[in-house]
Design a protein around this ligand. Structure first.
Ligand code: SF4
Length: 641
């Protein structure tokens, strides 16, 4: 069994085994979530809720592409009442088996109306009963307890009615909209997110109600993964493993949005966590479903060994707190002829094989690998390459990459060129330990074939063995321990979602000094996209864009494109584009600048979390945003890039 050494209880029994978490079954209409049910995919309508015909039409489109649960915003009581008409017409169209969920912020009255009509209601603990928005307040223990009781009083009627009607509730925490009370005591942290959920869970359980689903969303996949893990650990201790709704908020669109969603959601599915998922994209909601289905399908039937690795050393990383794994520094010949530093806390690097180089790959990649026994593995994925086709790239002095079976005790490594181990032995922990022991200099290490473990667990094992060897050497005062840097290599993986789930999940755990994705359609771009998704290395403009919903105050897709067309040359700048401020400025915590709907035809601009301009007419807003970026010295003219 391999549980990290921590003060916190573990969130899974063994991080080197893949087992689906055993959650409580929750009934949502005729749909089961949790228990042994397959992962449910869901989405959210973007139409104005009171436009019943448009909303029903969008629900039908979602159902027809396989959406199993549909959320609809209910900003006010009239919207909540419209849910009755939507439910009626959607059922009449033949979709009575697909449950609807009302999305509530600020409005207990709307929640009480909605629960009459739909199978599930989502409440946000950060704003369910709070009108004050994002004020800095101080609470002593007494006023804190009074505040909890005040909120519980507002929540209890909904719980009681849900119990009477046999409905489900989702306690949907958002990192960006934690209450003043939680922020005061816990700060803007995963631990605070968990406390916010537990306060509402306590109230529900106090009424004997357990038909609950819980979510811990953030636009930052690292925060989101840590919050879900902490929640699971706390719920397991309480003996109430409620099912989890997984999602990354404000992920944006296109490959960046998919990659962020896959890194966060896929990273948790790699842990065996998650009962229902929503991939938020700033695109028509139907586009979310195939992405969610592809992620869920990867784990059904269970794809990896549930047995763990006998004799594996204990991992020393803290899965609840981000810390980059310490490693030795290496220098490898770079694509531009200059040496590239790998490991030692430097920014993660991108390696590409010479047979996949294109002009853009060579220009962008940090290192081009021009030779090596990886060719032995290549025919499995490419089918037609042969060593005679290895053409040296003129002017590039690349490093050797080798794929070595751990069962081969005569191998000769050529550091610092990467060594990828095939886990081909019956006792992988022992054999890998012995193989690493034969290295006499810092070497960039990765996994070639992970075997039944799957890549995530194989890399965890590799990191744990390197670390254990280093600690043994330190304890013995031999001074010969080597913390070899890690190369996250997925030599056979072509699917960008799978790549983001595995590589992103490992980076979220602080593992990985370089990426090597030779089978991806564009190995360089895919690697930089994954690094950007988990904020390990931001190399192009990053857009934190909400998926839009019935609250959206402008056409989000059009506006995102409008802003992107003027700003997508700004390397390393993060811009948040939000349909409204319901999830709070905290949701833009990682953004340098924010563009937020504040009313019909009006925009607020933010610098970081601070609102710096209010109620700007929409037609002026993009130019004002550009001026704001210039004022803060982050602008470059497109021609100068
Ligand atoms: S931020 Fe976007 S998705 Fe969230 S409530 Fe506002 S408009 Fe809807």
């Amino acid at each position: 069994m391999n549980s990290p050494r921590l003060d916190q209880p573990p969130y899974v029994a063994d991080r080197l085994a893949w087992r689906r978490r055993a959650s409580l079954p929750v009934r949502i209409g005729s749909l089961m979530v949790g228990g042994h049910a397959p992962v449910v995919v869901q989405s959210m309508c973007t139409t104005p809720t009171q436009d019943v015909a448009a909303t029903v039409a969008q629900c039908i489109r979602l159902a027809e592409v396989g959406c199993q649960l549909i959320r609809i915003t209910a900003p006010g009581v009239k919207d909540a009442a419209a849910l009755g008409d939507i439910r009626r017409d959607f059922s009449a169209a033949g979709f009575g088996h697909i449950p609807l969920c009302a999305d509530i912020h600020f409005m207990p009255k709307a929640a009480l109306e909605a629960i009459e009509h739909v199978e599930k209601v989502r409440v946000n603990p950060g704003n369910f009963a709070d009108k004050k928005q994002f004020a800095v307040l101080t609470y002593d223990d007494r006023s804190y307890a009074e505040e909890i009781e005040r909120v519980a009083e507002r929540f209890r009627p909904l719980v009681c009615r849900a119990k009477e009607l046999g409905r489900a509730l989702r306690i949907g925490v958002n990192h960006g909209s934690l209450s003043d009370r939680i922020l005061n005591r816990w700060g803007d942290t995963p631990a605070g997110m968990v406390e916010a959920a537990l306060e509402f869970i306590d109230t529900a359980e106090g009424e004997g109600f357990r038909n609950l689903v819980v979510s811990m969303k953030s636009s930052n996949p690292k925060v989101m993964v840590q919050a879900y893990r902490l929640l699971v650990a706390r719920l397991d201790v309480r003996g109430t493993p409620y099912p989890l709704h997984l999602g990354v908020t404000e992920a944006g669109d296109g490959e960046d949005g998919r990659s962020k969603g896959a890194a966060g959601i896929g990273g948790l599915l790699e842990d065996g966590l998650g009962d229902t998922i929503r991939v938020s994209l700033t695109e028509p909601p139907e586009a979310e479903i195939p992405v969610a289905q592809a992620l869920a399908r990867r784990y059904e039937p269970p794809p990896f060994s549930a047995q763990g690795v006998p004799g594996a050393p204990t991992e020393r990383l803290d899965p609840y707190r981000y810390q980059r794994r310490p490693s030795e520094t290496l220098r490898m010949p770079g694509a531009d002829g200059q040496p590239v530093v790998i490991g030692g806390g430097s920014l993660p690097k991108v390696l590409v094989p010479h047979f996949r180089t294109t002009t853009s790959n060579v220009l962008a990649a940090d290192v081009v690998l021009v030779d090596g026994s990886l060719w032995g593995a290549v025919p499995r994925l490419r089918g037609r390459r042969s060593p005679s086709e290895r053409l040296p790239i003129k002017g590039l002095d690349g490093a050797l990459v080798q794929v070595l079976p751990i069962s081969d005790d005569h191998f000769e490594a050529h550091p610092p060129g990467p060594v990828l181990f095939d886990l081909d032995a019956d006792d992988p922990a022992l054999a890998l330990d012995a193989a690493i022991g034969r290295l006499t200099a810092p070497t960039l290490l990765g996994i070639g074939d992970p075997g039944a473990l799957g890549a995530t667990r194989a890399y965890r094992l590799l990191a744990a063995i390197i670390e254990a060897r280093w600690h043994r050497a330190e304890a013995a005062s031999t001074g010969s321990g080597l913390r070899h840097p890690l190369l996250i290599a997925l030599p056979h993986e072509r699917d960008p979602l799978a790549i983001a789930a595995v590589a992103g999940g490992l980076l979220i755990d602080g593992l990985g000094d370089a990426l090597y994705l030779p089978a991806a359609e564009d190995p360089t771009r895919t690697a930089f996209t994954v690094l950007q998704a988990v904020k390990a290395r931001v190399t192009r403009t990053d857009y934190v864009a909400c998926p839009s919903c019935g609250r959206t105050l402008f056409d989000l897709m059009e506006v995102t494109e409008h802003i992107r067309s003027a700003t997508n040359h700004l390397d390393g700048v993060t811009i948040a584009i939000m349909g409204c401020i319901v999830n709070g400025p905290g949701e833009m915590a990682d953004a340098d600048f924010g563009f937020v709907g504040s009313g019909p035809g009006k925009i607020d601009l933010y610098h970081g979390k601070e609102r710096v301009q209010s109620n700007i007419p929409f037609v002026e807003a993009r130019e004002r945003l550009i001026q704001l970026i210039k004022d803060h010295g982050r602008w470059k003219e497109p021609s100068s890039v």
